[in-house]
Design a protein around this ligand. Structure first.
Ligand code: FES
Length: 283
């Protein structure tokens, strides 16, 4: 399975579908605000993995009910509810698709095709059940759940092996050694300054606003871009930093993601002033 998935990641022929599909997804969801909402920026967490639980859970529950006598109507109701819940899952997945790398898109294309096949099988099962062909309906939904389960595994591969949707700034946090670390004299940071520093092997970004300091991990939460090379911008009167790679914007005082494609907030460190020197530590 591992070898198969690695081959899929390198299978360039899928780009003939993946590249136009990405362009189509960007055309359908042209508004960055809408895309950010679908990524889950407002939630501070990727939305797609959360909403896919509803169709999968409903379809799986229906197949369990199929094993019990006198539950035909309940099983059909669950299949219909799960099919309706597949729409938000598909829309959030389409938004996430626009942010993926080529290798991730190859896996995502197969994931989307498998989901479409599963949806077709479940829809056919509902039709068969409504026509009174319950045995056929049961087999069709069982096949649909099987395909959906395989597809969910591809989704898991995207998240866990290919890091799609992961918070890369949180992943960098354990590299900061435990305890408080000296970041130099507080007076060396002029108000409004945005300075890059190193904490051990981890780049950090220091911002000073009046007498308040914030220290952010210097790798972007989206895909580990060099936030230390980011541009300072202002959104709604708040000082923010914009990642040079894909344009995610984070509020400097608390790391909040103000613009996607990042759906997670940027990880920040605790700060304190001791003997007129700025110190930072893991939260
Ligand atoms: S790495 Fe993608 S926005 Fe920073």
């Amino acid at each position: 399975m591992r070898a198969l998935l690695s081959r899929l990641e390198r299978f360039r022929s899928v780009d003939r579908v993946g590249d136009p599909a990405r362009a189509a997804a960007e055309a359908v969801l042209p508004n960055h605000g809408v895309r950010d909402a679908l990524h889950g920026r407002w939630l501070g967490h990727p939305l797609h993995p959360a909403v896919v639980q509803f169709p999968l859970g409903a379809w799986l529950s229906a197949t369990v009910l199929d094993l019990l006598p006198g539950t035909r109507r309940e099983a059909t109701t669950l299949l219909v509810a799960g099919t309706a819940a597949a729409l938000p899952a598909a829309v959030t997945g389409t938004a996430d698709f626009t942010t993926l790398s080529r290798e991730q898109r190859r896996v995502a294309v197969v994931h989307a095709l498998a989901n479409t096949a599963a949806l077709g099988l479940i829809a056919s099962s509902i039709v068969a059940r409504l026509r009174g062909r319950h045995a056929t309906g049961r087999w069709l939904s069982l096949a649909g759940v099987g395909v959906a389960g395989g597809s969910a595994m591809l989704g898991g591969h995207l998240s866990f092996s290919q890091d799609a949707g992961a918070n890369h700034s949180a992943a960098a946090l354990p590299l900061v050694p435990e305890g408080w670390h000296d970041l130099g004299p507080a007076a060396a940071y002029p108000p409004g300054a945005l300075e890059a520093r190193m904490l051990g092997e981890t780049p950090v970004l220091v911002h000073r606003e009046d007498d308040r300091f914030s220290v952010l991990i210097g790798r972007c939460a989206h895909r580990s871009g060099p936030l230390v090379d980011g541009t300072q911008v202002e959104i709604d009167g708040d000082a923010c930093v914009q990642c040079p790679w894909h344009g995610s914007v984070y509020r400097l005082r608390d790391g909040r993601a103000m613009r996607g494609p990042a759906s997670s907030d940027q990880t920040i460190l605790r700060t304190r002033i001791r003997n007129d020197r700025l110190e930072a530590a893991r939260p």
